[in-house]
Design a binder for this molecule. Structure first.
Ligand SMILES: [Cu+2]
Length: 131
């Protein structure tokens, strides 16, 4: 009989998959011993989590395409429990920096990944630049 269908082989495979998934999730928040800023820690995919992040208005101050960073003067970020300020965010998806210029009005969603604040999504605010 086909031995690869036996529970002895399929169950460890499923367990391994589950371990890999949970390991990835744990690694992304390994610097946070508490998860108070994550309202839905059990969300299995980053996409579902990102869609729940609130959009925040900001003004672009500096764009560093090479380093994948952007300086934003941003409004309050409720999911990070952060008041408005000017600060640097990492931008894992550098395509979001294309066509960005200092002075541009944008809105973005931010999260804390591995102890670093990063831009999850960013889009220009229509009519915000006066160009
Ligand atoms: Cu800030």
């Amino acid at each position: 009989m086909p031995h690869f269908l036996t529970p002895a082989h399929t169950v460890p495979g499923l367990l391994l998959t589950a371990l890999l998934w949970s390991g990835t999730a744990a690694a992304q928040s390994s610097d946070n011993t508490h998860h108070s800023h994550h309202p839905a820690p059990s969300a299995p995919t980053g996409a579902a989590d990102a869609s729940a992040l609130p959009w925040v208005h900001a003004e672009v101050r500096r764009v560093d395409m090479g380093a994948g960073k952007v300086t934003l003067k941003h409004g309050a970020i409720s999911n990070l429990d952060m008041p408005g300020m000017t600060m640097v965010f990492g931008v894992p998806d550098r395509a979001q920096l294309t066509n960005l210029q200092p002075g541009d009005a944008v809105q973005f969603t931010a999260d804390k990944v591995n102890g670093q604040y990063v831009v999850v999504n960013l889009r220009p605010l229509p009519g915000g630049t006066g160009r």
